[in-house]
Design a protein around this ligand. Sequence first.
Ligand SMILES: C[S@@+](CC[C@H](N)C(=O)[O-])C[C@H]1O[C@@H](n2cnc3c(N)ncnc32)[C@H](O)[C@@H]1O
Length: 358
Amino acid sequence: MSLEPLIKQKIREHGAMSVADYMELCLSHPVHGYYIKQDPFGAKGDFITAPEISQVFGELAGLWCADMWSQAGAGPAALVELGPGRGTLMNDALRATYALEDFHESISVHLVETSPVLQAAQFHALADAHDRLEWVESIDELPEKPLYIVANEFFDALPIRQHVQTPQGIRERKVGIDTESGELCFVMESGGLSLAKGDMKIKDGTIIESCQPAKSIIGALCDHMREYGGAMLMIDYGYLGDSHQDTLQAVRDHLFHPVLKTPGDADITAHVDFATLREVAQDHGMAVCGPTEQGKFLVRLGIEARIERLLQHASSEQAHQLIVGAKRLIDPAQMGDLFKVMAIVADHHATPSGFYAD
Ligand SMILES: C[S@@+](CC[C@H](N)C(=O)[O-])C[C@H]1O[C@@H](n2cnc3c(N)ncnc32)[C@H](O)[C@@H]1O
């Protein structure tokens, strides 16, 4: 049985399911979930992420963490990645920080990953990168030490709910079954959410998305960092302020794919609501920098100088890949503006690298 009949069976038994439940099943069903059964990255996969485009991305992320660790006075700490994919970012981060005095000796490395297939890929990629590596499925299992955390394209994979303002009032957008065709379709059900903020009147058709798992994860990590220390770098595509749009999307074979077609066989994501996550972090006593555009952030961290250095020992094929890769990450017309970077740090901390004013 594939995932689609299972989803339909659940809907027939319990009624239409929230977009969040649908997303959760598509991505994380123990047998048929998209991330559970396969490695979706790279040219042969469904999509490509920044660490897979250029080694410099993970290198700079690793150096950023090491810099924050050093500014906080060094000492025992944990280097953590949420949703590490193939382990490429962590591998590049550990290589780039290898020569820094005491950093590798002081850290243990923790990979938060739910997919057994990707855990195996990470194990293979990182076997020789550090001698204290640990895999956990949940942030609850992270150690009681300062955490230096990187999360690239992690929060966009967490399940969202959608509510819509209609002439009849607020409705929740859910997944049901079309009675004529028998296919999955979106339906509206009454839902108890107030969309209006203050006196603001929200227009009919406005969609509000909410991601409770992201809020819970940020809240828990902030509590941990407030108690033990640390800093977090999150990179994702998303919005600041209200999006008021449907940002749910599916991608298969590097192309957009209908969200309700072939569940479990396409990646499903939603844009990250940076403003809400910033508010959660501040409510938990942490300071927040950004979000700023990925391109500007990487330029401020010195991506151009690093590429120049790598070019000195590169073959012409490698030189081409280095230049094209870096351009793809920083060009505003490619990933440079679409992807945003936000840092969460202890309240007393100096402004972290990459976030200086323009
Ligand atoms: C889009 S991939 C990003 C991979 C990697 N960070 C990169 O940039 O290449 C999302 C990652 O998050 C993992 N993931 C998704 N939901 C998760 C969850 N609830 N807990 C832990 N990992 C999760 C996936 O298995 C995958 O490794």
